[in-house]
Design a protein around this ligand. Structure first.
Ligand SMILES: Nc1ncnc2c1ncn2[C@@H]1O[C@H](COP(=O)(O)OP(=O)(O)OP(=O)(O)O)[C@@H](O)[C@H]1O
Ligand SMILES: [Mg+2]
Length: 306
């Protein structure tokens, strides 16, 4: 069966007591993409990931992974998934390698060099003497990710993988997550509460607030929406677009028609007075003309109500 999404949810809902943690969320995570689930503390990111992995059961709604409905933790499906939701219980008196070897055995990972490869991918030494208890936070995070990818899953679900890392650590994690996606075609779902971090890595983004998925779109669309632009409200968008193309030599990618009467022009340093006069001259009513330079961060704050 052909399917487009690695993960799809339909009206997923989770209520804890009286708290609606996840409210009718319909996610669409394309195969092979990096999808960033963005939301403030308490937005419902971890709850969604737990629902996907069936670590908790949904109040209502459906989850599909690789086109199959997730009802139980079917082994056939779940061995294609690697996840870190909460830090796995590593033993502090053993080394990183020893810890992974135990987990590999427990999970039936038989591929030779699986532990070595996973450590190499996250940039931790193999057969090093340092005990897990002596690891820095960044090293602990990396070992968690190594543990999640050891069995070579097609889908990775990582809850806040860059939380607590320093800028170099963040850059490194970003790089190997990209590598897993681009070189190995894996689908990766990551959560974060920091837009700038997600925007540097994700292909798609879902913005979650108080359990509600407010927006879901490609990073490219989101960036375009928020780049510096001039927003014009006109009586006839078709006619206005034609004028912009013919008189001002704009190409199709220089502007975007929004709704029935808005045009966004992305090209900067335009002669605004001349645009208005040409439009009016050609009998296109102009009801507003504004220059926008919102950043993505402003946008995130705005739509999450901050
Ligand atoms: N086991 C639970 N019992 C009751 N309420 C819970 C439980 N787990 C989570 N919640 C509530 O559900 C909401 C969503 O929590 P969740 O942990 O999914 O958010 P989050 O986006 O992961 O937040 P953070 O960024 O702080 O990790 C919160 O209001 C939280 O208090
Ligand atoms: Mg969380």
């Amino acid at each position: 069966m052909a399917y487009e999404y690695a993960i799809e949810t339909k009206m997923l809902k989770k209520i804890y007591g009286e708290q609606v943690a996840v409210n009718n969320v319909s996610l669409h995570i394309p195969k092979g993409h990096i999808y960033g689930l963005l939301g403030r503390n308490g937005a419902g990111k971890t709850s969604i990931m737990k629902l996907l992995l069936r670590l908790i059961s949904a109040t209502s709604g459906e989850v599909y992974i690789f086109g199959q409905p997730v009802i139980n933790r079917e082994r056939r499906l779940f061995k294609r998934i690697g996840a870190i939701i909460e830090t796995p219980g590593f033993y502090s008196n053993l080394t990183g390698t020893e810890n992974l070897e135990i987990f590999a055995k427990l999970r039936g990972v038989t591929k030779p060099h699986a532990v070595e490869h996973a450590l190499e991918l996250v940039g931790l030494p193999y057969r090093d003497k340092k005990l897990f208890g002596e690891y820095s936070l960044g090293m602990k995070q990396r070992l968690g990710i190594a543990n999640a990818i050891m069995h070579d899953p097609d889908l990775l679900i990582l809850d806040e993988p860059i939380n607590g890392l320093d800028p170099i650590g963040i850059a490194e994690v970003r790089e190997f997550i990209r590598k897993l996606s681009v070189k190995e075609g894996k689908t990766i779902l990551i959560s974060s509460h920091i837009l700038s971090e997600v925007s540097m890595i994700a292909d798609d983004i879902g913005i979650l607030d108080h359990g509600v998925l407010l927006e879901e779109e490609t990073m490219e669309e989101l960036k375009k929406k928020n780049q510096k632009c001039t927003l014009i409200e006109v009586s006839d968008v078709g006619k206005a677009a034609h004028i912009l193309e013919t008189i001002f030599s704009l190409s199709k990618s220089d502007y975007l028609i929004q709704g029935e009467n808005q045009i966004k022009i992305f090209k900067t340093k335009m002669d605004n007075a001349r645009i208005i006069s040409e439009l009016v001259h050609k009998e296109v009513g102009v009801s507003s003309f504004t220059e926008k330079d919102d950043t993505l961060e402003d946008y995130f704050k705005k739509i999450t109500g901050g």
